[in-house]
Structure formats: structure tokens, C-alpha cells
Design a protein around this ligand. Structure first.
Ligand code: ASP
Ligand code: MG
Length: 441
């Protein structure tokens, strides 16, 4: 069995969905399970409509018209989506009346994108001669916790998923919603924005798939963001941990949690380009070995905050770090990078309010600064550990470009060297690093 996930741009319109049809047909003999995102832009439009409704503007027809145009372009009967359109109107009416949008309501509104896209895609496929049927993933055993906005399936959901899929006709390709789920009370949840990748690997792991294919619009995972570095190139194979670091540190190709289920179930993940299906893309596996000289990729994450606390109390005293992190935890700060010296600690995070609350409390322990507008640049590769001088090359390159490094993080045996720089310096830093690490002999 093969799980294939198609992202929003892959199912944006009729021309794209035609490409998807050809790709699914080419895998027909591998028992494909197709997981789809909403059409590009629809989830954003739903979220905007929900926010507008909560602040007084009831405008369901904008997103409905957009979806309807795609459905009509694909030749679907208007009746196909009419019940969902009515549900959107009713729900937004409710949000508009009570003027509040809880995380639960937001998940409910967001869920329509995938519910609509799988219906039009399956309907179109069937009319084009591919036997296909649309499924809301919650009808296939995907039961989650009640963490709206970042729900995860309940322990043991795998057997429910297996049983549900076993009952489907093997002659019909299931077209399944990504991104959404339901909790045990039957309330709609989502796994988080861009989460359809994660749905795909979770289903793949539950079903013991041979492989999970993630179809998007780049030639697999690239050595750097191709919109910043024009000479960025494809990475043919990489290890799970390398891909996970990259996803976490801003590579836009994969959702950060995507690889965990595949990793623990030992299922290879292949990242492919819907617009160039003949390109081999990137194969992510447990033990890919790359040339000893190479780093794997450069990723970056903008709009970060750096909190620094300096105190002579740290000097020679135990428990200071524990106090700082306990404070961060109390205020819900998610920490990405940490560096410490004898008298100061710097840490990064990306949510202003929790950091401001933590900073206020930490002022009782020392001198605290909180700066914004910073970017984490991560250089990732399994050979960082063993290639002498690589750190020097990285810093020299960045210095040559006139970019100031404010924080630097690298641990023993790490596959990720991270720098914190100003947001304004990102393009320069990433381009020069790419040139130095990938383009010079
Ligand atoms: N449609 C959802 C989003 O835009 C999930 C996804 O595309 O993966 O976030
Ligand atoms: Mg996506």
C-alpha cells in the first residue's frame, strides 16, 4: 500500500487536479490511499471569514464562491457541495451572533476546506474513469484528543484505522481529508495548519504502508529556499533526523511533526513535485548516507524573539537554569535555541506574549532583554560532527557578508549548527552560506 498526499497547490484547480489524476493512475497497482489538502487558499479564506464574522462582518459567500468556481470548473454538480455550503453559512451565522471564535469553532470552520476538496476530487476522478470515493478521515478511525488547533490521534487509533480501511472496497481509491479529525465527543479538530502531511504519515504508519509520498510544488527538499537562493538544488536522499531538523527550522516543504510517525514505523517518505512527476524528488529514510564532505541543507525561521538574562547569581550557583526554565514553562514559552555562559542565558522563541510575561518575571532574577525581529539560520547535515573547520567556514562566510551573528548554537554530536541574525540579513546570509557550502569546490 502507498499513501500519497497532495498539498493545496497540487489541487488548486482543474489543471493541477488533472496532473494528480495522472499521478494516481500511474500508481494504481500499488493500492494507493490519497490524502488531500484543501484547494490552495481555501483554508485561509475560511479562517478569514470566521475572524470577520467574530468581529461583526458576516460574509460567507466569498469563500463559498471561490470553492464553487473550482467545483464548476471540474464539472461537478452544484448539489455535491450544497449541504456543506449551508453548514458554513449556519456556522458563520452563529459565530457572527455570539461574536466570539473559540479554538473549537475555528477548527470547525477550518475543516470545510478538506471536506469540500475530497468530494470534488473524487467526483471528478470518477467521471474521468478512475474509481474513487471521498472520505472524511474521522469516518476511517482517525479519533483525536481535544487539543483544538494541534490535535493528535488517540493512543491505539491505529487498529481503528486498519479496521476501517479493511472494510473499504479494494477496487475504489479512497480520497481522504488531510488536516482534520474528530475527538471522542464527535467534535471536529485539526492537527494544525499545513498538517495534511502529518495526517498522511499517521495513516501510513497505522496502515503499515510501504511508503508515504508527499506531493507538492518543489523538486523534493532543496539545499536552501529556492525563492532566496536561485541555485538551490535537490537533495536526493536524507535521513529522518536531518529532514526533521530542517522542517522544524523553517524549510517550508514539510510540516515539522510529519516525520515522527514515519520514523517510528520505519516507513520511507518521498517528497515529490506534482508539476514534474518524473523528477525523483527526495527520499527520506532511516539511514541515508551522503558524501562525507557535504552539508545537507540550510533553513531559516524568521520573526523570532531572543530573551537574554544576565546575572552574577548564576556564577557558581546551582539551580539558576532550572529556575529560568520553570518560569518559561509557567508562561507557556516554547524554547527553540538555548545558549549559556557563566553569567547569561539566551533563548529564542516565537510567541510574543508568553515571552513578555516570562521576561517580566525573570527581571527579579537579573538583567533581562527581549529583542524581536531575529532569524534562526540552521545549517543541517549529518557530517557537521566530523568535518573539521566547517564551523569556521560558516562563520567566515557570514562575516564576509557583513552579517552580525548574535547567538550561536551547536551541541556535541549535533547535526544542526544554528545562528541568530537580524531578519533584515536573511537573504544575504543564506545566499552567501549556500555559495560557500554548496557551490564552491
Ligand atoms: N489546508 C490546511 C492548511 O492550509 C492543511 C494543509 O494544507 O496541509 O493549513
Ligand atoms: Mg501544505
Amino acid at each position: 500500500m502507498l499513501v500519497m498526499k497532495f498539498g493545496g497547490s497540487s489541487v488548486a484547480n482543474c489543471a493541477q487536479i488533472d496532473k494528480v489524476l495522472d499521478i494516481v493512475r500511474s500508481r494504481a497497482n500499488r493500492a494507493p490511499v490519497v490524502v488531500c489538502s484543501a484547494h490552495k487558499g481555501i483554508t485561509d479564506a475560511l479562517v478569514n471569514a470566521a475572524r470577520a464574522a467574530a468581529s461583526g462582518t458576516y460574509e460567507p459567500e466569498r469563500v463559498i464562491d471561490r470553492q464553487l468556481a473550482i467545483a464548476r470548473e471540474l464539472g461537478c454538480d452544484d448539489a455535491l457541495l450544497a449541504p456543506l455550503f449551508q453548514e458554513i453559512r449556519d456556522l458563520l451565522r452563529g459565530v457572527h451572533l455570539v461574536k466570539e471564535l473559540s479554538p473549537r469553532s475555528l477548527d470547525y470552520v477550518s475543516s470545510f476546506g478538506e471536506r469540500m476538496s475530497v468530494r470534488v476530487i473524487a467526483d471528478y476522478f470518477a467521471r474521468r474513469g478512475l474509481n474513487a470515493a471521498a472520505h472524511d478521515v474521522w469516518d476511517l478511525g482517525f479519533v483525536t484528543d481535544a487539543c483544538f488547533g494541534s490535535a493528535r490521534p488517540l493512543v491505539g487509533f491505529e487498529s481503528r484505522v486498519k479496521a476501517a480501511f479493511a472494510a473499504l472496497s479494494p477496487a475504489t481509491v479512497p480520497i481522504v481529508t488531510g488536516f482534520i479529525g474528530k475527538n471522542e465527543r464527535g467534535e471536529i479538530t485539526t492537527v494544525g495548519r499545513n498538517g495534511s502531511d502529518l495526517t498522511a504519515t499517521l495513516l501510513g504508519a497505522a496502515l503499515g504502508a510501504h511508503e508515504v509520498e508527499i506531493w507538492s510544488d518543489t523538486d523534493g527538499v532543496m539545499t536552501a529556499d529556492p525563492s532566496v537562493v536561485r541555485s538551490a538544488r535537490n537533495i536526493p536522499t536524507m535521513r529522518f533526523d536531518e529532514a526533521a531538523e530542517l522542517a522544524y527550522f523553517g524549510s517550508r516543504v514539510l510540516h515539522p511533526s510529519t516525520l515522527l510517525p514515519a520514523m517510528s514505523a520505519h516507513i520511507p517518505v518521498r517528497v515529490l513535485n506534482t508539476n514534474r512527476p518524473e523528477h525523483p524528488g527526495t527520499l527520506i529514510v532511516e539511514s541515508a548516507t551522503s558524501a562525507a564532505s557535504s552539508v545537507t541543507s540550510i533553513a531559516y525561521k524568521e520573526r523570532q524573539f531572543v530573551l537574554t538574562i544576565s546575572s552574577t547569581r548564576m556564577f557558581g550557583e546551582g539551580g539558576f537554569l532550572a529556575d529560568v526554565f520553570a518560569t518559561c514553562q509557567r508562561h507557556g514559552v516554547v524554547v527553540d535555541l538555548v545558549t549559556t555562559s557563566e553569567v547569561s542565558i539566551s533563548l529564542t522563541g516565537n510567541q510574543r506574549e508568553p515571552l513578555e510575561r516570562a521576561a517580566a518575571e525573570l527581571r527579579g532574577m537579573g538583567e533581562v532583554t527581549l529583542v524581536e525581529g531575529r532569524t534562526i539560520v540552521a545549517v543541517v547535515g549529518q557530517h557537521l560532527v566530523s568535518r573539521p573547520g566547517l564551523g569556521a567556514e560558516i562563520l567566515r562566510a557570514v562575516a564576509k557578508a557583513g552579517v552580525n551573528v548574535e547567538v550561536l548554537s551547536y551541541a556535541r554530536g549535533s547535526i544542526n549548527l544554528s545562528l541568530v541574525i537580524a531578519d533584515a540579513d536573511v537573504d544575504r546570509a543564506v545566499s552567501v552560506l549556500h555559495r560557500e557550502l554548496f557551490e564552491s569546490a
